[in-house]
Design a protein. Structure first.
Length: 400
């Protein structure tokens, strides 16, 4: 039976447009809803509707499209965006299938395509027994077919999308973005951050060397920061910001960790530098009297840090899954799909610093295989080969 797909906002790349073309070639109907000029630029094909606002009118907008075009499925990237929430709520009540794309739960050669919701809204169980049972019925997955996405390519796509942002107040003035700052502010932040990375390159090398060479006598814990705008922080954690989460971890470390241990805080590689974490961490370390025990890393090589750390504290980053794979005790402070008995530390953060628990790697293997089989696609959003792989893997699931 032919379906009719309504595409909402996607990533800043041609991925959604090419996926829609592939669905049309399969005989399905496709409609696109645009909420920014960037959405229009990357669609570049017919059957689209441009929504100008206001946000309060979205339910009626979606209701009209669903009925007039006999929509059977909606396709979107990120289920927490303001323009997506009413679409999802109405789709559920109307029996319309919901397909949510997101960055992969396992990196770097996987992306997520999940029914109904992702991350904290995922319907994946948190029951270890379920994964152990299901693992007997799914294949074993390695790392998938490789591909390389150059940073400049992803950056060029992003600029190509946001170049037109100045027109949004005129053409989509009633639409609220999920990003709290302008593209220009973000790009200026990246320029400043690029300068900081060069300036602090030797500082990072020296700190990494000190952490790794003295790991036996002075074990270190690792806190990988997430992006301040990450929906995982904003919608799926108890914290109002990543800075608040970092302060919470530092307070617990100061009060409960052994005096000879250290805490390494590593900034996210794609952080635009709009929050001055270095200064905040320095101030908090001084206030908590742990200045010599806290190592702030502007960058760094994550694999050796994971290999040698005593444990990982995360809100709900995918780094947590990598830490488990490395056999490291890991605690999540937010809602994460891998947060379950046998994989993560289930006690309180204040007790985490002295635990000797380790994850069950056999359970993690079962968990990984089941999750990949259920909702991961080998592919990517930002390079030709990655997009080709992702579309080939997505088509059967969208039509199932």
């Amino acid at each position: 039976m032919n379906q009719h797909f309504l595409f909402l906002q996607g990533v800043c790349s041609p991925f959604f447009s090419r996926l829609a073309t592939a669905l049309r070639h399969q005989g399905h109907g496709v409609t696109k809803a645009n909420f920014t000029v960037g959405d229009r630029v990357y669609w570049r094909q017919g059957q689209h509707l441009n929504y100008r606002g206001p946000m309060a009118g979205l339910p009626d907008f979606y209701q009209t499209i669903y009925a007039s075009r006999s929509i059977s499925d909606i396709v979107l990237f990120g289920d927490c965006r303001p323009v997506h929430k009413p679409a999802i709520a109405l789709a559920r009540s109307a029996g319309i299938r919901i397909h949510v794309f997101e960055e992969g739960y396992f990196r770097p050669h996987w992306i997520t395509l999940e029914r109904d919701g992702v991350n904290g809204n995922s319907t994946l169980p948190r029951d270890p027994a379920w994964y152990r049972d299901r693992a007997d019925h799914v294949p074993h997955y390695d790392n998938g077919q490789p591909f390389h996405t150059a940073f400049w390519k992803r950056a060029a796509y992003d600029v190509g999308y946001n170049f037109w942002a100045g027109l949004n107040p005129m053409l989509h003035r009633g639409v609220r973005s999920h990003v709290p700052y302008s593209p220009l502010t973000e790009y200026l932040g990246y320029i400043r951050r690029g300068i900081r990375l060069k300036y602090y390159a030797n500082d990072v090398k020296n700190k990494e060397k000190e952490l790794l060479t003295s790991k036996d006598s002075k074990p270190f814990f690792l806190l990988p920061l997430q992006l301040a705008t990450d929906a995982q922080i904003v919608h799926h954690s108890q914290f109002s910001s990543m800075a608040q989460a970092a302060h919470h971890v530092m307070r617990s470390f100061a009060a409960n960790a052994a005096d000879h241990t250290r805490l390494a805080i590593k900034i996210h590689p794609l952080d635009p530098g709009l929050v001055d974490y270095r200064t905040l961490v320095h101030i908090w370390a001084r206030q908590l009297q742990i200045e010599g025990r806290v190592f702030f890393l502007e960058s760094g090589n994550l694999p050796p840090l994971l290999t040698h750390t005593a444990g990982v504290i995360t809100v709900n980053s995918t780094v947590g899954a990598s830490a488990i794979l490395h056999g490291k005790c890991t605690i999540t402070l937010g809602n994460a799909i891998y947060d379950m008995a046998g994989l993560t530390y289930q006690g309180q953060l204040d007790n985490f610093w002295s635990t000797n628990e380790r994850p069950d790697l056999k359970l993690f293997k079962a968990f990984r295989n089941v999750v990949i089989n259920t909702c991961q696609l080998n592919g990517g959003f930002y390079c030709a080969r990655g997009i080709h792989l992702a579309i080939g893997a997505a088509l059967p699931r969208l039509q199932a």
